[in-house]
Design a binder for this molecule. Sequence first.
Ligand code: HEC
Ligand code: HEC
Length: 341
Amino acid sequence: MLVAGLAALLLAQGGSAQSQRAGGPAAPASRIEELRQSYRRPAEIPYPAANPFTPEKALLGRILFFDPRLSGSNLLSCASCHNPSFGWGDGQALAHGHGMLQLGRRTPSVLNAAWGASFFWDGRADTLEQQALGPIAAAGEMNQPLDRLPAKLAAIPGYRPLFEAAFPGRGIALDGIAAAIATFERAVVSGRSPFDRWVEGDDAAIPDAAKRGLMVFNDRAHCARCHKGWNFTDDSFHDIGLPGEDRGREGFLEGFEALRHAFKTPGLRDIARRAPYMHDGSLPTLEAVTEHYEHRRLQRPSLSNEMKPFSLTADERADLVAFLQTLTSPPQDFAAPALPR
Ligand code: HEC
Ligand code: HEC
């Protein structure tokens, strides 16, 4: 009832009215407080016991992430596709790997990967450590035979002290490369956005349209059924009714037909910097995304049960997009590191 009450209140205010009243009546204020609590940023980055944080590992991982010599052609680094300027994606509909070969899926962001429960669009990797060597070896991506990578890096004198500092006495080995890259990735966290400032109590941090959009996101449009919590993901897999042949998680878990066309729910942090959207990059704008959910999703047996039908007014659609915009933080000045020689 509280939910419906606030939605009605906000709707009654229309496009031009102030939403100051939201802080007034007791019931809506408690709903807002509840929402603020549920969206609070975590205080710390979780590092696994098997690969705890050290500054030496994070530094080495950062250098490895930006070093194109991890690829067979010496032309592609992780950052070529996971570029900080594009919200740690590449800004393209589909990724391009070794020899500009087009891959079948869009590059996802590595932002907030420290909180991820599984990796890749179909969740086929369990940890960042497990994930890290995959793209290096993949013929279509960095095309670097793994058995030759440690010797290749050992031939660059500047790498030896970096590995020695990160992994004393262990030389240059694949598990160290993976552990260092994973440690660096965990430190890639989205910056504080206007929405975070609102969560922390600054009512003026986001416009009224975005405040109404937050309620549309949670209530009318059912977005929060899947995009949950401070990072806006349930870390689960859903078919949201996009056309295409990609079987998603079912391709990895053969025989689970309910998972056909199911892909991992992406977090929505820094979303305005990460167009185009979806695993196939098929939706160019946030307006196109909301249009998809409201009108364009395909009806088929595997469509997620969480995909509830809804319809919005033009104002509500604009409010929803205004809310999504507030999840984007100011650009972080992220200079590529100097590479060892
Ligand atoms: C050619 C572009 C390209 C390069 C180079 C590349 N990636 Fe990726 N990355 C992708 C694509 C595409 C996917 C999604 C593939 C899929 O889901 O099937 C992905 C997925 C990921 C994910 C999973 C993210 C998530 O939310 O599930 C991580 C983490 C990642 N890459 C890290 C790396 C690291 C580390 C490197 C360097 C060692 C690297 N990538 C190099 C394109 C690239
Ligand atoms: C049934 C769960 C579910 C619901 C409900 C849902 N989403 Fe999604 N969302 C997903 C999944 C899964 C993807 C990735 C789908 C894909 O690429 O095939 C996604 C992708 C997105 C993306 C693109 C993110 C990116 O990095 O490409 C945006 C933006 C988004 N959703 C916003 C919304 C909004 C706004 C709503 C409400 C109108 C909503 N979602 C409702 C599960 C859901």
